[in-house]
Design a protein around this ligand. Sequence first.
Ligand code: DX5
Length: 223
Amino acid sequence: MKQLAPSILSADFICLGEQLKQLQKLCIHYLHIDVMDGMFVQSISFGMPVIAARSVRQSWKCSAPMMIEEPIRYVNALRQAGADGLTVHAEACADLPGTIAAIRESGAKPAVCLSPKTPLSKLDGILDQVDMVLIMGVEPGFGGQTLIWETLEKVKQLHKIRKEQGLFFKIEIDGGVTKENARAVAACGVDIVVAGTAVFRGDIEENIHVLQEEINTEGQNAS
Ligand code: DX5
């Protein structure tokens, strides 16, 4: 069963609590909370206070992609705020293996992310150290962009590498997933699909049902 992870970047922050309650009723318990610093990406989003918020902490698994320069500086603070998974951008770390080790030592699950233009070779030597690889389907920093289809080639290659090398990292895609393309995206071999606009724009309940249906419709995973 593939997992759908709503990205709260696209939520209505005036009624975030209400929207989270709606997601809980729909048995969604895994949130994608983009931490952005205005340096690594243009946007500034949110950080520890949102992750630590009681309404989030009490019933969510939070994966926090750290779209920030030198994320090692905030690993412990985000873990203490309650993040279960911490994803770092390979492009933002001077010492990627050291940053991944620091996440593991903090007790959070380490994951690494590649922006669209970054080749898979950037992950040479570390795929056996992470719990998850996040492939960006769009340039990081904003919701509502159009999926860059070429990024799915990296998903297919990762799926192949994982099988060939007997590794166990999960593959996640983030950015540009819609109700219309979700089935094709999922068929490329992802385990977790992140969606912001497609979840929070319009009727959340209907969006969730359609997206979950689409990502779990039988379709051969890419070989
Ligand atoms: C973009 C963020 C995504 C975004 C989801 O940098 O990482 O999580 O919120 O975007 P859409 O709206 O395309 O699903």
